[in-house]
Design a protein around this ligand. Structure first.
Ligand code: HEM
Ligand code: HEM
Ligand SMILES: [Fe+2]
Length: 445
């Protein structure tokens, strides 16, 4: 660690791990409900658990991204963060807004729009929070000595992500209009600007870990940004097939979204080829595993499993079924969960000055979490395909179908237990590292 202010990152990562743990608890509540064990229903109904699960997901990922930016930007710009106190205030307010929203969901204080459930008054607090964060990041970048491509792509991703939150705050009385703009947030985040954030963090990690020249790595970033925008913007159309807008979206959405996997393929090829080209001398093999892992898993989860249901002919049957959950899990985990784990694994030894990366626990955590998540994806997929045939093809009632597919959730719970054990071991390692220390400033990264 070169700059004292980079320490802020640690606390964002800690918040991220805390919220992930809670997200997993709500995942289990839903998985058991799917098996028919819904004893908690009077206190935590399925829709509440679902909103809590997905919103916690978004907040732990955002907290991870913010931590990543607070670590990467000072280092890339060669300048201390301009105001550390404000960064801590931003951290605490992020946690507070998150907690109030989550508690509110349990009392039906919510908007009921998937992923954008946070009620309007809290939205304004989110905006203030993100503006503070961006102000700190962009001023540091502006005042710094250097503006690298990596730092610019990361900051651009963060800035666009903030701007794209706004279309979700426009009020519509019309369901189709509301849905149309909701996708500007949800789709253009995960299949647009978050890919820039991921690309920026990935480039930073590859520069540090593989030792390949920055120029080579950053050239790839342009390719990734280009492919993301060419395919992702009009790819939004794959959510417009049957929501009540014009038929042209069937063609536009189908064609452009089918091209989206290319950006993820480029990221996977990029990471693997940089690794092969590199010196393979960096001792932090766990960070390397998460870095290569995120590039490859995101291609499978987002690219391939996204492609599996993106054509209008398929989506007509699979829309909103467990096929979506199959893709949602591996895509979110592979692209955004794992990149957060990668940056944490790389930065923890540098932030704390303790080089504990030679540990079996860390390696076992990596494999358990990933094999567990892959198993969960398969379980969701099998349940989803069965659901599509029974409900959409044969016309069986939704509730009857849910009973038929209960058995697949037993497998899901087994795999989820594996996943949760891996995450538990990772968090154990996180705690073992301890908090950031002064000595860390003197040790070599
Ligand atoms: C990392 C990137 C991605 C993430 C995190 C992600 C995640 C998700 C999530 C959570 C949903 C459910 C959204 C909702 O119903 O509100 C969804 C839907 C969808 N995704 Fe992705 N996705 C990614 C990339 C892709 C790509 C590249 C494709 C296409 C090639 C794709 C195709 C789809 C389709 C067609 C749907 C709609 C499913 C339905 O109709 O129910 N996704 N995605
Ligand atoms: C122990 C771990 C987990 C379990 C048991 C679990 C289980 C579930 C269940 C049962 C649902 C609801 C599906 C439905 O609507 O019927 C769900 C939704 C969802 N979960 Fe998880 N989950 C876990 C971890 C995760 C993680 C780590 C992520 C992301 C990195 C994630 C992302 C999502 C998303 C995006 C949705 C919404 C999917 C959609 O839109 O269809 N989950 N989860
Ligand atoms: Fe999409």
């Amino acid at each position: 660690m070169k700059y004292n202010s980079q320490k802020v990152a640690y606390w964002f990562f800690a918040l991220s791990m805390l919220l992930l743990s809670l997200q997993i608890v709500y995942g289990f509540i839903m998985a058991f409900a799917h098996m028919g064990y819904d004893g908690l229903h009077p206190f935590i109904a399925f829709n509440t658990a679902r909103a809590v699960h997905t919103n916690l997901l978004v907040v732990w990922i955002l907290s991870g991204f913010m931590g990543a930016a607070y670590y990467i930007i000072p280092e890339e710009a060669e300048h201390e963060l301009v105001n550390v106190k404000l960064a801590y205030i931003q951290l605490i307010s992020l946690a507070l807004v998150g907690v109030v929203a989550i508690i509110g969901f349990h009392f039906n204080y919510w908007e009921g729009r998937k992923f954008l459930e946070i009620p309007r008054p809290l939205d304004y607090l989110v905006v203030a929070n993100v503006l503070t964060f961006l102000g700190l990041i962009l001023t540091t970048l502006y005042k710094g000595k250097k503006r690298t491509t990596t730092a610019l792509v990361l900051s651009m991703g963060l800035l666009f992500a903030a701007l794209l939150y706004l279309p979700g705050m426009i009020w519509f009385d019309n369901q189709t209009m509301d849905s149309f703009f909701r996708w500007w947030v949800v789709h253009l985040w995960v299949e647009g600007v978050w890919e820039l954030i991921m690309g920026g963090i990935l480039a930073f990690l590859l520069i540090k870990i593989t030792g390949v020249d920055r120029e080579v790595i950053e050239k790839w970033l342009y390719v990734i940004v280009g492919l993301t925008f060419i395919s992702g913007i009009l790819g939004t159309g794959h959510h417009y097939y049957y929501i009540g807008v014009g038929k042209t979206w069937l063609v536009i959405g189908g064609i452009f979204s089918a091209l989206e996997p290319l950006a993820f393929l480029a990221m996977a090829l990029f990471a693997v080829s940089m690794y092969r080209k590199g010196e393979k001398k960096h001792p932090n093999k766990i960070a390397l595993s998460w870095t290569l892992g995120t590039a490859i898993t995101s291609f499978v989860g987002a690219g391939l499993l996204g492609l599996a249901h993106t054509l209008p002919q398929v989506n007509m049957y699979t829309h909103g079924t467990l096929v979506t959950a199959m893709h949602g899990h591996l895509a979110f985990w592979g692209a955004y969960g794992m990149i957060v784990f990668a940056i944490i694994s790389y930065t923890l030894p540098n932030l704390t000055g303790r080089k504990l990366f030679d540990s079996m626990t860390g390696i076992v955590a990596f494999w358990l979490a990933n094999i567990g998540m892959l198993g969960m994806t398969v379980a969701f997929g099998v349940a989803g395909v069965a659901q599509v045939y029974l409900e959409r093809k044969m016309g069986m009632d939704f509730g009857d179908v849910q009973k038929e597919i209960q058995v697949h959730f037993f497998v899901l719970v087994v795999c989820a237990t594996m996943f949760a054990t891996g995450i538990g071991m990772y968090i154990y390692e996180f705690i073992r590292y301890g908090t950031p220390s002064k000595e860390a400033l003197l040790t070599k990264d």
